[in-house]
Design a protein around this ligand. Structure first.
Ligand code: ADE
Length: 415
């Protein structure tokens, strides 16, 4: 390792989005390699509103690999972190920084340690796929630091070994995770179906119901479903393969009615599998489904799609901005904030939709009219913690601004 002093620190910072599956991943055929029993399709969410930022650093002065998540040091001893680190390290290439007088050879990487600092701009473990954005960012930033020359598909197969749905966060727009056939998982990769500009009318509203940690982890829930549910076998073999073809077609043609029908049906079947699991798993809070179903049926064609992951948060996809304003109006009518909330923290992300609804303060929410399609519309004050307004977004990016780094360039420790 040629360098003028042993004091140098070399680092890379990246930002990676989260994603929401519209054809769900549920069930593994290999637990340690994280190989799924069916393909899945997701929409990448705009990293401006939901993302992970990760800085990775290397220095000869580091004596072990260390990681800080949201400012707190965490252990890297878990198998998922170890696998991602090992897979990236084994593909490292020579790195040269002439200005700093640093030269790291492929062989050097085996003995160098890394520091990793990662920050999620949304609550970790609230069911908003923080581990998807997190592992995608870890793999993407380490690959840049270590000059890994693999394409994005190969990197997605590494991110998959950290968290299955992380492989889909390596691309923007609309993404398919191909389950693959090989036992070693080499063909279980993500591919981009269309970028975020392809269908930029869509508006996504997330109702965050609770930021508490969910009760059944996805890992154990999936295992129990695979072991005990009959429905999951029918779903994986008969239902999903056809839905994947139809969803790809709906996305290609920007066919919202088909997209909405498929996304809602698939979310509902995933939760039916959860109920078919022994003991049954309850993730979803169904009040919002009732509202959206009634509204969609009162219109000529569906205006909004809903999808629920392994948690109580509702992800609602509106066909355009005008519909998103009507949606937000309905949501704010049914779910007014608890008395101590303020509007600016109750609706976050793209707040401009609030102006379209004509809501500028909390009093405007109280004055909203009930949705015309619902008789005796009820209110569930305080049931929603907050709403995030967002849209389909771009994939991972490198951040070149040194101010955005989470580690100090002098010490390689958290700032
Ligand atoms: N799990 C949740 N958030 C994460 C992050 N940012 N990095 C790695 N793992 C995570």
């Amino acid at each position: 390792m040629a360098c003028e002093s042993e004091k140098w620190v070399l680092m890379v910072t990246a930002q990676t989005p989260t994603n929401i599956a519209v054809i769900k991943y549920w069930g593994k055929r290999d637990e340690s390699l994280i190989l799924p029993i069916n393909d899945s399709i997701s929409v990448t969410l705009d990293p401006e509103h939901l993302c992970t930022t990760t800085t990775v650093a290397v220095s000869p002065s580091f004596d072990q690999d260390r990681m800080w998540l949201n400012g707190k040091e965490i252990s890297l001893s878990g198998g998922r972190y170890q696998r991602c680190l090992r897979e990236i390290r084994s593909r490292a290439s020579d790195v040269e920084d002439e200005k700093k007088g640093i030269k790291i050879t492929k062989k050097d990487w085996e003995n160098l340690h890394v520091h990793i600092a990662s920050y999620n701009n949304f609550p970790t473990a609230a069911g908003l796929a923080s581990s998807a954005a997190g592992f995608a960012c870890l793999v993407f930033s380490l690959a840049k630091l270590m000059n890994v020359k693999e394409d994005q598909g190969k990197l997605s197969a590494i991110a998959r070994q950290g968290s299955g749905s992380a492989c889909r966060s390596l691309y923007g727009g609309f993404v398919k995770w191909i389950m693959g056939k090989h036992d070693d998982g080499s063909d279980s990769i993500a591919v981009q179906l269309a970028d975020e500009k392809h269908w930029d009318d869509l508006v996504i509203v997330i109702a965050v119901v609770s930021s508490r940690q969910k009760e059944t982890s996805s890992t154990s829930g999936m295992r129990e479903s695979v072991e005990t549910s009959m429905l999951i076998k029918h779903r994986a073999k008969e239902v999903v393969p056809k839905r994947i073809v139809d969803m790809e077609e709906a996305i290609k043609n920007r066919d919202f009615p088909s997209f909405a029908h498929l996304a809602c049906a698939d979310s509902n079947q995933f939760h039916a599998v959860c109920l078919d699991t022994c003991p049954p798993i309850f993730y979803m809070n169904d009040t919002i489904i009732g509202c959206v179903e009634k509204w969609n049926r009162s219109e000529e064609s569906p205006q909004v799609a809903y999808t629920f992951d392994a948690g109580p948060n509702a992800v609602l996809i509106a066909r355009n901005r005008k519909v998103a304003a009507s949606l937000l109006q309905r949501l704010l009518f049914h779910f007014p904030p608890s008395s101590d909330a303020d509007l600016s923290s109750y609706v976050i992300g793209d707040k401009s939709i609030l102006q379209d609804v004509g809501v500028t303060d909390l009093k405007d929410i109280e004055a909203l009219p009930p949705p015309p399609e619902i008789k005796d519309a009820q209110k569930y004050k305080g049931d929603v913690s907050y709403f995030i307004c967002t849209k389909p977004g771009k994939g991972p990016v490198l951040l070149s601004d040194k101010n955005q780094a989470l580690l100090s360039p002098e010490t390689g420790l958290p700032k």
